[in-house]
Write a protein of this length. Structure first.
Length: 629
């Protein structure tokens, strides 16, 4: 087995080296399904930008993903299909002008939509898009008044209590909802025949005493603002507009996110901007620049994952034996160092007095750093600081930023410190638990501890480490697992938690790790691998996939390797699965491993099939070299 392991390690290393781009990065696709493709068609048609080759290519990709029953899915085992994705696909194909309602594929999609409750069963964000383009009636009012942006930071609920991702999307939504803006063109199709009934709750959210109380708190605060209501309303609109404009990246996008940029364009249109306004045209250009090609079709990425891919790949290559002096690593270092952020972004609101020093996720991100990309980037050039003193300043700034981002509860968030007010979860916003707050999570906390414990000189007994480990102890599930916020799902969180606790000095014999290991053993598949369904995040419990995936198997293996002194039966079976299944191509190799919003957004990282098998194999071979020889 050892020779086979070394051969596969060598193969993956060679593949990754060959895939590096000239600027030192890796630009593997950040595959976000067909929704962004559909929205791009709808945006271009609404703005009457007739990029026909691009539009036709996007329609072909969308059709290539259609199921036999006419629906579209977010992931393989998602029942008979996803309502929102199917509505978005159907609408965009019609609006493209290349397909008619008589097309058998669109007729099958319509049948699915009507059989499952009609267009009114779509997700909130789909309904907002439909309302913006004249296909759905706006509700009488949006639950969050736009004047919330005028409330001071000390108020119990204010605009900056929302997560940065929430603000980026809510700001334009509140602007367009305020005027109930919609824009049709002469090419707009009619979707009225997709309604099963006209009885609909736009927000798909039952009003409760708690949600009404939360909204009441906001409205009471607004009543106490000094000024005439009309003046305050106008001021709030201007503040919200300025919020967006101040956060436009150099490429023209809002925070380099597709959804917020799409919404910003409509918000600007609603405020009187022409569809040919330079801000709008630059935003469209920025979005189109994020497109990639997958299997011969164009795909509109939600954002690029260049920094994330590059930091992980550079790190794992070094774990597999590539020296930091290798030109591949040196080029990756240069790329990453150029993207260390120097701007004071929104993260300073809850974390003042700290110099910038973090990294963001995408190629063009300049003002929205996150903990995960920062520890990943630092981990990637941790070995290089021994041979290149010029890295010390960047290293120190990054370390200090990571220290400062620890939440008061001891865990780490993704983007902003201490943005987890429980009141916000009561707001009637579908998917709000994923959108509105940025709490500590096991995946962020575990990986941060793993970085601090293995790559810095921070003592294991330091308060930062102790608070982090205590947070993980307190948030372990009854079955021994941990929930991971940004991946699928309990396997992701458990891998990060175990490796983080081990790096923080927690012994394998500790009850928390022992319990977690037993859980991993209990869910191992007969073929030696592991696999978890995307359903886990909406069910709030581990749901087996019924098949193994390379990424899930690698996470489980890497966790187990960190706890053992010699190979176990479970590890050997997992390694065998990786060796035997690495080259296969089926639905499991494209099954999403990430999630951004439970029930609605599941990215597939094309880089993961290389990164995580290589990581697990390299760690296994290095730790157990004498045993397996």
């Amino acid at each position: 087995m050892n020779q086979h392991t070394k051969k596969l390690i060598s193969h993956i290393v060679h593949t990754l080296k060959e895939a590096q781009t000239t600027d030192g990065s890796w630009d593997y696709p950040f595959d976000t399904g067909i929704s962004t493709d559909a929205y791009m068609i709808i945006l271009l048609r609404t703005l009457e930008i007739n990029d026909e080759d691009f539009i036709r290519g996007l329609t072909k990709r969308i059709l290539s993903k259609q199921e036999k029953n006419g629906a579209w899915k977010l992931f393989h085992d998602e029942g008979s299909g996803n309502m929102s994705a199917t509505v978005e696909a159907y609408y965009s194909l019609l609006y493209s002008g290349y397909y008619s309602k008589n097309d058998p594929r669109l007729q099958a999609a319509k049948t699915f939509i009507l059989a499952n409750g009609g267009i009114e069963r779509s997700h909130l964000f789909t309904k907002i898009m439909l309302a913006l383009t004249g296909q759905y009636r706006w509700p009488l009012c949006f639950p969050i008044p736009i004047e919330i942006i005028l409330l001071p930071l000390y108020f119990p609920i204010n605009f900056y209590d929302f997560s940065v991702y929430g603000r980026a999307n809510l700001a334009p939504i509140m602007i367009v909802a305020n005027s109930k803006y919609s824009k049709k063109t002469k090419e707009s199709p009619c979707l009225s025949d997709l309604f099963a009934s006209r009885e609909d709750s736009f927000f798909n959210w039952p009003e409760t005493r708690e949600s009404n109380r939360c909204i009441s708190i906001i409205k009471q605060g607004i009543k106490h603002l000094v000024g005439f209501p009309h003046y305050l309303h106008s001021l709030a609109i201007q503040r919200m507009k300025q919020y967006m404009l101040d956060r436009i990246e150099p490429d023209g996008t809002l925070y380099s996110y597709f959804s917020s940029t799409f919404l910003m364009i409509f918000a600007l249109l609603s405020l009187g901007h022409s569809r040919t306004d330079p801000i709008i045209l630059q935003a469209v250009k920025g979005l189109k620049a994020m497109a990639c090609t997958i299997d011969g079709y164009p795909h509109m990425q939600y954002t690029t994952a260049s920094v994330w891919n590059t930091s992980l790949i550079s790190y794992v290559l070094q774990e597999a034996g590539v020296l930091p002096s290798d030109p591949v690593i040196a080029k990756a270092n240069r790329y990453l160092l150029e993207r260390q952020q120097v701007k004071y972004g929104d993260w300073t609101i809850h974390n003042s007095g700290i110099l910038p020093g973090g990294w963001g996720f995408s190629h063009v991100n300049t003002m929205n750093p996150d903990v995960d990309d920062t520890t990943a980037s630092l981990r990637a050039f941790s070995r290089s600081i021994r041979i290149d003193s010029s890295l010390h300043q960047s290293w120190n700034k990054g370390i200090k930023w990571i220290y400062s981002m620890q939440n008061d509860d001891g865990g780490w968030p993704a983007f902003e410190k201490n943005t987890d007010k429980k009141l916000l979860s009561l707001l009637p916003i579908e998917g709000g638990e994923f959108l509105l707050t940025d709490p500590s999570s096991a995946d962020l906390t575990g990986r941060t501890l793993e970085f601090l414990g293995n790559y810095t000189r921070l003592p294991k007994q330091h308060g930062i480490m102790k608070k982090g480990t205590n947070w993980l102890f307190q948030h372990q599930e009854e079955d021994g697992s941990w929930y991971g916020r940004w991946g699928i799902c309990y396997l992701y969180g458990t891998w990060a938690a175990i490796t983080g606790l081990r790096a923080a000095g927690v012994k394998p014999q500790h009850s928390a790790i022992h319990k977690a290991v037993n859980w991993l053993h209990s869910i191992q598949n007969k073929d030696g691998g592991w696999g978890e369904s995307c359903k886990s995040d909406t069910k709030n419990m581990y749901v087996p996939l019924g098949a193994s995936t390379l990424t899930h198997t690698s996470w489980a293996l890497d966790a187990l390797i960190s706890t053992a002194e010699k190979p176990t039966r479970e590890m050997r079976a997992g390694i065998s699965y990786l060796l035997e299944s690495y080259h296969k191509q089926d639905w499991t190799t494209s099954y999403p491993a990430g999630q951004g919003m439970g029930g609605g957004f599941y990215p597939h990282y094309h880089s993961y099939r290389y990164i995580f098998p290589l990581l697990a194999l390299a760690h296994y071979e290095r730790k157990f070299r004498e045993v397996v020889n």
